[in-house]
Design a protein around this ligand. Structure first.
Ligand code: GLN
Length: 210
């Protein structure tokens, strides 16, 4: 099974470890650069993007993480994780930095204060049935760059806003699949990590990952 880390400086780490395990991965928390170096892929959980950003630098993880992302390590960011992966963040803290692994612009807390948390059955590209998506003070994607595939979106005031995207080995959702019992989004990520690991391996037949 692929070894997938969950960034464990803040946020709902245990829920992601549980979901990844159910989806067929071996999942471990990542707090130190050596732990980051050992994993085949990484989940950046929900929480508070400003706090996670600050702690990444305090834990000396920011630079090693940028390096692994530049090498193409698969990564999945949920909510605050999506914000951290974005090229550009709107309504961020003035000192907030992002990892720029995804060519998107996100807006923090985009769904507004009155209805800051909600749940919806969301059609999702690649999944046969809608995904019951839980949004908690979620961002939305305001700009999608070339090469970014929109997997799900939500309409607000006549406009469509992407809430799940993929660019190469980078997957991100505005919502929190780890708080439900549905592990299909995590399973998509586990497949992505498996596929990335099999590049150049002649023993792996396409469509039949080992
Ligand atoms: N609003 C949070 C942020 O800006 C994200 C919320 C979440 O991850 N549930 O980081």
């Amino acid at each position: 099974a692929p070894l997938i880390g969950v960034l464990a400086v803040q946020g709902d780490v245990a829920e992601h470890i549980r979901a990844l395990t159910l989806a067929g991965a071996e999942a471990v928390p990542v707090r130190r650069p050596e732990e980051l170096a050992a994993v085949d892929g990484l989940v950046i959980p929900g929480g508070e993007s400003t706090t996670i950003d600050r702690l990444l630098r305090i834990f000396d993880l920011a630079e090693p993480l940028r390096a692994r992302l530049a090498e193409g390590m698969p990564v999945y960011g949920s909510c605050a994780g999506m914000i951290l992966l974005s090229a550009e963040v709107l309504d961020g803290h003035p000192e907030q930095q992002s990892l720029a692994a995804l060519d998107i612009t996100t807006r923090r807390n985009a769904f507004g204060r009155q209805v800051d948390s909600f749940e919806v059955d969301l059609p999702f590209v690649g999944l046969d049935e809608p995904f019951h998506a839980v949004f908690i003070r979620a961002p939305w994607v305001e700009r999608v760059g070339d090469g970014v595939e929109v997997l799900a979106s939500i309409e607000r005031d006549g406009e469509e806003h992407a809430v799940a995207v993929r660019q190469g080995n980078v997957l991100a959702t505005s919502f929190h699949p780890e708080v439900t019992d549905d592990v299909r989004v995590h399973a998509l990520f586990v497949e992505l990590v498996r596929a990335a690991g099999s590049i150049g391996d002649p023993a792996v037949v396409e469509g039949h990952p080992s």
